[in-house]
Design a protein around this ligand. Sequence first.
Ligand code: FUB
Length: 369
Amino acid sequence: MYRQLRSALPAVFAAAALIVTAGCGGNAKTAAADSAKADSAKKPKFLSKPLITSIYTADPSAHVFNGKIYVYPSHDIDAGIADNDNGDEYAMRDYHVLSMDSIGGKVTDNGVALDVKDVPWASKQMWAPDAAFKNGTYYLYFPVRNKEGAFQIGAATSTSPVGPFKAQPEPIPGSFSIDPAVFTDDDGTSYMYFGGIWGGQLQKWVTGKYDANGSKTDMGKPNAPALSCKVAKMSKDMLHFDGKPQDVQLVDQNGVELATKDHDRRFFEGSFMHKYNGKYYFTYSTGDTHLLCYAIGDKPMGKFVYQGVFLKPVQGWTTHHSIVEFRGKWYLFYHDNELSGRNHLRNVKVTELTHNPDGSIKMIDPFVH
Ligand code: FUB
């Protein structure tokens, strides 16, 4: 899954390596110092700071509950597992909820909200979660592998937005793959968007059943339509799907579905939904091309017409986000790996997001040049 490394880092790391290998020779030392100086001038300056540095966090899903911001991230750890195409090194075991009264204000880590050991059906890898509030209850939705190694999506409930959450005894019936994102429309109907290819296993569920020997990446047919993100209406109790999950249709400006080979535009993982000026904005990651893109539709279940990129590649392999309105402004919560320089030890960040008058989203560069 996440093996290939992006090229954002080499200049900085090469300078460090030169210093380490230069040894004691005077000329080598001077050359190393000069080179380090030159490279440090090239060092990217990050647009935003990590929200929290005491733990590694990723996949931030932000919500405003009772006038406060709550961020539901993955809690990255180093389990000593080597990088592989399955993403086994993303071996997270629990969730912590972050909260803050204002953007730029103090960020509180509210401790463990849910531990994998307290999810009866789960085995490992608590990936990107989301949350919702309805009927006086807070819901935490999370992807985790079941005992057979297949990702499914669980639900847990709490009376507090920061937990602790109590997991349901079984995964959401009919759920599969990763990265749930729950959106509640103005009429009170909630929808769950979910799925991810490669390590997210969407391609292993095409028959409706999990095939452990299915493809490791996608359907292997470059010209065929790409695998789609899924969307399901949520039942009133928010613990079940109301009907079968459907494909989120993603088309270009001519109405043609994006193809498997279109790695710069096709859906990979990390979907999110927000509504702006009556339009539905389906946003997602292109995974191996490291872009966050958006597509616009007239209905919450699609179809959605591809519009473009709104976040350029961050430092680190994965990119994942949420978009939330707070006190009249819109914000993008995202992650990179500024603190560790390692793909699976990430940190969440926030920056303002702007909708242009024509409804497009202003491109965000995670670096200041
Ligand atoms: O954090 C593990 C996985 O990495 C998430 O589920 C993906 O969206 C990617 O960010």
